[in-house]
Design a protein around this ligand. Structure first.
Ligand code: NAD
Length: 383
């Protein structure tokens, strides 16, 4: 009786989340012998096997895993990749000893090994070494170390490169000249640092940057190489010589043309959206701007390129790697796909008078549904 009740509750929860797109399968993994608890959501595989990250976090939940899996379905469909969307979470603290982490990740890999329609990639709490362990156990994973044929997407700046392609297209729509445009980057990490570097190559000027400890500003332009060197040494952006420090979160209201969130979710929201002075926001972080704030910005004429359109460079790179492509090929595909998608989304938004995110979701859903119409069960079931 007890176990029937527990099963019924679980089933209801999964079906509460479901809609006509997915999820195709939800798997709860429990291996008490190694202390492993994990969840895998394979959302939709109509376009091909699902690519999505493995997140390690102590408080990860089924709901979070499902939302992230759906976001990957949209991101991969929008990018025109031959992949559906999925996500997995290992419920554990990523700060554990490396030997323990390897044991847990390998046990997770063995558990998901039969689910051939899921290709794991790195996410919060996992990295390219963890992907090497998973590939060692299962024969598949993306975001691998260079030594075993991977394209190190963070090192080459795949997502920053894609943000730059999106910014180039969006600047034309927003009436901004990228050469000389003033850029502020929240989160000078992997995504933010490379975005600043690539945008500067096109003549933009980085006027403000932040990290978790603070923010710096210089209307004449910050020295990007010097800032990157400070961060590479383990320093804070406020250690940069000659730059004026401001309150960390004041970067939201800095006077600039282009604002790039590249840190945490929900950083522009109802209580600070009115301070935004940029004309264009190109979203590096996932869900960096709340839906309400995006609407307010739209009404004010501030153009927002949605996260899953602008920040798809990483997964595009992973897909090229999976299909045996080279680093130059990955960069060319990122440029081409993100440019085309940004153009289509912004044209649709302008022609239909809707928020770019609505246009992006409509475009992604159309692509998923077209792929589903070509499969026997609407969505191929994971094997
Ligand atoms: P990262 O850890 O390399 O960098 C994050 C940076 O943000 C760090 O410098 C950190 O100090 C800073 N930060 C943290 N909290 C902050 C705060 N409150 N204010 C200002 N700065 C803060 O991470 P990343 O790989 O660059 O990812 C950044 C964001 O982009 C995340 O939301 C991630 O989900 C998203 N994203 C990353 C990729 C990728 O390829 N790495 C792809 C798609 C989306």
């Amino acid at each position: 009786m007890m176990s029937d009740q527990r099963e019924s509750t679980m089933t209801d929860t999964v079906f509460d989340l479901a809609d006509d797109l997915g999820p195709a399968a939800v798997i709860h993994i429990h291996r008490p012998a190694v202390g492993l608890q994990a969840i895998l959501v394979v959302d939709n595989v109509a376009a091909g096997p699902a690519i999505g990250g493995v997140r390690m976090a102590p408080d990860a939940s089924l709901g979070e895993c499902f939302r992230l899996a759906r976001a990957m379905t949209f991101k991969n469909a929008a990018a025109g990749l031959p992949h559906g969307g999925g996500k997995s979470v290992i419920i554990a603290d990523p700060g554990m000893q490396p030997a323990r982490k390897q044991q847990l990740v390998r046990a997770f890999a063995c558990a998901i090994s039969p689910i051939a329609d899921y290709i794991p990639g790195p996410d919060m709490g996992t990295d390219e070494t963890a992907m090497a362990w998973i590939r060692d156990e299962t024969g598949r994973a993306v975001g691998l170390p260079r030594e075993i044929g991977g394209i190190p997407l963070d090192e080459i700046g795949a997502t920053g490169r894609g943000l730059t392609a999106a910014a180039e297209v969006a600047c034309r729509h927003a009436g901004i000249d990228l050469a000389g445009a003033r850029v502020a980057v929240q989160g000078f990490g992997s995504v933010g640092r490379h975005a600043a570097r690539f945008l500067a190559k096109r003549g933009a000027v980085l006027v403000a940057a932040s990290d978790s400890k603070g923010a710096v500003i210089d209307p004449d332009g910050l020295d990007i190489d010097a800032l990157a060197a400070v961060k590479a040494r383990g320093g804070k952006v406020t250690d940069l010589a000659g730059a004026r420090a401001i309150d960390r979160d004041a970067i939201v209201g800095v006077d600039c043309d282009i604002w790039i969130p590249a840190a945490r979710p929900d950083v522009i929201r109802a209580d600070n959206v009115d301070t935004v002075r940029a004309k264009l926001i190109v979203q590096g972080a996932n869900i960096g701007v709340t839906a309400d704030a995006e609407r307010t910005l739209h009404e004010r004429g501030v153009l927002c390129v949605p996260d899953f359109i602008a920040n798809a460079g990483g997964v595009i790179c992973a897909s090229v790697e999976y299909h045996g492509g080279s680093e130059p090929q990955a960069l060319a595909v990122i440029d081409e796909k993100i440019r085309a998608n940004t153009e289509e989304v912004l044209e649709r938004a302008r022609d239909d008078g809707i928020v770019p995110r609505e246009a992006a979701e409509a475009m992604a859903q159309e692509r998923v549904r077209r792929a589903m119409a070509l499969t026997r069960f609407g969505t191929k079931l994971p094997s």
